[in-house]
Design a binder for this molecule. Sequence first.
Ligand SMILES: *Cc1c(COP(=O)(O)O)cnc(C)c1O
Length: 416
Amino acid sequence: MVDLRGKPAYYVRPPTAVLTSGFDPNLSLGSARPAVFRSSTYVFTTPEAAERAFDVALGRARPAQGESVGLIYSRLSHPNAEILEDHIVPLEPDSQAAAVFNSGMAAISTLFFTFCPPGGSFVYTTPLYGGTQHLIHQMLEPFGMRAIAVPAGDAAGIRRAIEGARDLRLVFLETPANPTLVMTDIADAARAAHAHPDHPLVAVDNTFLGPAFQHPLRHGADLVVYSATKYLAGFSDMLGGVVLAKDRELVTRLCGTRAILGNILQPDECWLLDGRLPTVGLRMNRQSKNAQRVAEAIVGHPRVERVYYPTLFEDAEQIRIRDEQCSFPGGVFSIDLRGGKRAAFDFLRRLRIAKNAVSLGGVESLACHPATTTHSELSPEALARSGVGEQLVRVSVGIEDWRDVLADVRQALDAV
Ligand SMILES: *Cc1c(COP(=O)(O)O)cnc(C)c1O
């Protein structure tokens, strides 16, 4: 059923493919799970093989069909990165290739440095993950890249920004937005981008709903990026990042930048993340069901002004995007508490199950106050524009029994 290159001989669905493709036990003394190859350098069979490996690695030659080119040095690539990359591709429908990085920010910055040269411009949705926001303002703009911000969910605004941009290289979307879960129409942005004479690439930060519930490549995106630190790894115990692309050539270019920056994911981390991939769908399903039960149950609580969650959207356009773009609502919700920052802090102090920490996507529930932590560097105007108030708390729901999480959230609300 599995050929030597680890590809299933016929189509199987993602949860099957992740367990049957991409790793050949024959290359690891028959071990059912991959070994960890921690070597920094690889021995060539002949000087000619070394020459050939460098020709291919440096883009002077292309590997022939079926040719396996020797590994060189683990900053360029190593067996555990290749195993992980092969395993992750079937989880992202329509992707051809993946590149792994030592954090989500390493993946995002490598993507910008590869596809948006100085003098080029890019369009992005706001609010963005704080690290990405820093990258744009503290590195990309000073390096001479032009950044054009558009509010998430504003389809007409995004279209106008794309149509009006010159030397446009990239459209970068983060959907749903953090922490308000406002959704941006990927297909609409991709249509506008692909009609632009500069042929910009469309990249989506899919950390919140992928790879289980949202498949941006299916909606016309060219690249998908992940903080693997979150749902993919799922246990709040490692950092990682991934970029996947419809076109293998884009990943080859990313790997060229990765070799220069030296930000490939290390062998031990690759091995760890690889072992988490078969359960990401199970974990995310449970987290989404738990979050939905809790979010919907606290609507109307006297201390709750508003709950932000995809199944509770009221805006017709947001409901349309949700239904076209996402198969399940995901494991994160936010709450506006009555009583401002004090109520928000009281609520966090009183939670017993959910821990007060940033990050999300782990098997344990976490809660945080974005205005003073993850989003604290936004100006008051930007916070207001993004709908991130002092009264807002974000909750990432884990895989605990949902009745316990709900009881905990209720007792914390009751005590506010
Ligand atoms: C956490 C996160 C990142 C950054 O990932 P790191 O692994 O922390 O570098 C990027 N985008 C989103 C949406 C995130 O949640």
